[in-house]
Structures are given as structure tokens and as C-alpha cells.
Design a protein around this ligand. Structure first.
Ligand SMILES: Nc1nc2c(c(=O)[nH]1)N[C@H]1C(S)=C(S)[C@@H](COP(=O)(O)O)O[C@H]1N2
Ligand SMILES: [Mo]
Length: 229
């Protein structure tokens, strides 16, 4: 019955809406053009990664499917930017304090959002820091100036408007507060249906699905009513 090309519990959606936790719907960053990623955390010496740093590494394009945890999937998105593992090798690895590999990287965003993934997951070949979408510069809706693209992970790991990366030696250095902790699975792999930390994925499907349209409206309204600083 289910569409074979889609991961468990996902349904195709023809448009690609601006989306996220309702809390962030009208938080549009004042600056959506300057690329300046602050590297922090106990595993690294502090530095920043700027647009001119990124210019030194190979640009790539990739077509991948986008899977939101609430069950909608938008198929065949063409992203352009940099492979995360190239960014890691060029700018993060040389800044490590110890020879041990960091365990966890947390992306901090200009709207206050943050989310982390194990380094191991971020070094997969299909993880990008993207600044173009379908051949055009990344729009504010989709995370300008730079966002994470991690197609094997739910949308909530695909951080938009990134302003910094915290590099930690241990996963214990990071914990979301309140309900966020339970929503944010440490890996959130789509194939394994890791939608949330405790409640099984097949139950969360039914919880999230009815909220999709309202959330799309909230995020649309957020774009219309929030003036860019
Ligand atoms: N900075 C930031 N990144 C974010 C979010 C957010 O609210 N703020 N929402 C996440 C969620 S839940 C999803 S599904 C995707 C949506 O990406 P889109 O708006 O490009 O569709 O962004 C993710 N990254
Ligand atoms: Mo999402």
C-alpha cells in the first residue's frame, strides 16, 4: 500500500513549505546574508568560518528528498553548497584541541533554534551546508544564508540560518530543556523512524500529522508579518 520509495510513515507533498516548531514561525533573523559561523565547545579552539573560507572548498550539487518528522516529504530537492565533511576536514579538524574525535556537534541558529547530531552522522557523504536551492540563492524561508542538509535525518536536524557550531567531546554536554528534549531524538534517522526520543515513531506519526496544515499557515503568516531587520 505504502509508496515504496518513501521511508516508513511518510507521505509525499508537492510543495516545499517553510516549516518548523510553531515557536519559531515569526522569528526571522535580522541578518540573512552574512556567513560567519562561530566554532565553540570544549573540543575546539574558537574560530570562525566565513564565506571566504567556504569559497576555498569544492562546491557540490545534490538532489535529495526532504522528510519532516510530521510525515510530509518533499521529493527531489536540488541543493548546492559544500559537503559537511569537507568543511570539517578544512576548518574544524585543524582546530581540535585533542586528537580524540569530537562526539557531538550542535548547530546554533539565528532564530534561536538549535539541534545536534553525532559527528559520525554528519560525516556522511550526503550531508551539506547549503546556500542554493533549485539553482537559486537560498531564500529566507528555507534558511538563508546557510543551512544544514541531512537527507537521512528528519527535517528538524536540517538547521536553517546557522550562525555557529558547538563541538563537544561528549554527548552529555548538550541537552534541550523541557519538551524539546523528548522531541529531539539524538539521531533522528528517517529509515529507522527515530521521530522522537521516547514515544515510538508510529505513534508520533498520528500525533504530528493533524498539525501539519496549521503549522504551514503559521509559518506563512510569520513571513508576511515579520519585517526583516
Ligand atoms: N533555524 C531553524 N532551523 C530549522 C527549523 C526552525 O524552526 N529554525 N525547523 C526545522 C524543521 S522541524 C523542519 S521540518 C525544517 C523545515 O525546513 P524548510 O522551512 O526549509 O521547509 O527546518 C528545520 N530547521
Ligand atoms: Mo519538521
Amino acid at each position: 500500500m505504502a509508496n515504496k520509495s518513501l521511508p516508513p510513515g511518510q507521505q509525499p507533498r508537492s510543495d516545499f513549505p517553510r516549516f518548523g516548531l510553531p515557536k519559531y514561525a515569526d522569528r526571522i533573523p535580522a541578518d540573512t546574508t552574512t556567513v560567519d559561523l562561530a566554532l565553540r565547545g570544549d573540543a575546539v579552539r574558537e574560530r570562525s568560518i566565513t564565506a571566504s573560507d567556504l569559497d576555498k572548498i569544492e562546491r557540490v550539487e545534490q538532489i535529495s528528498d526532504f522528510h519532516c518528522v510530521t510525515t510530509w516529504s518533499h521529493l527531489g530537492v536540488r541543493w548546492g553548497g559544500y559537503r559537511f565533511r569537507h568543511v570539517y576536514d578544512a576548518f574544524i579538524k585543524p582546530s581540535l584541541i585533542q586528537t580524540d574525535l569530537p562526539a557531538l556537534l550542535v548547530f546554533r541558529c539565528r532564530d534561536g533554534y538549535r539541534t545536534g547530531l553525532p559527528l559520525e552522522d554528519l560525516l556522511a557523504a550526503d550531508v551539506l551546508l547549503a546556500n542554493t536551492l533549485n539553482g537559486s540563492p537560498l531564500s529566507v524561508e528555507h534558511g538563508a544564508p546557510l543551512r544544514v542538509v541531512a537527507p537521512s535525518h528528519y527535517g528538524y536536524k536540517n538547521a536553517k540560518h546557522i550562525k555557529g557550531i558547538d563541538v563537544w567531546t561528549s554527548t552529555r554536554r548538550y541537552r534541550k530543556r523541557g519538551v524539546g528534549h523528548y522531541i529531539d531524538h539524538p539521531r533522528a534517522r528517517v529509515a529507522q523512524e527515530e521521530r522522537g526520543r521516547i514515544i515510538p515513531g508510529w505513534i508520533l506519526r498520528r500525533v504530528y500529522r493533524p498539525a501539519i496544515e496549521k503549522t504551514v499557515q503559521q509559518f506563512r503568516k510569520g513571513m508576511e508579518t515579520t519585517s526583516l531587520g
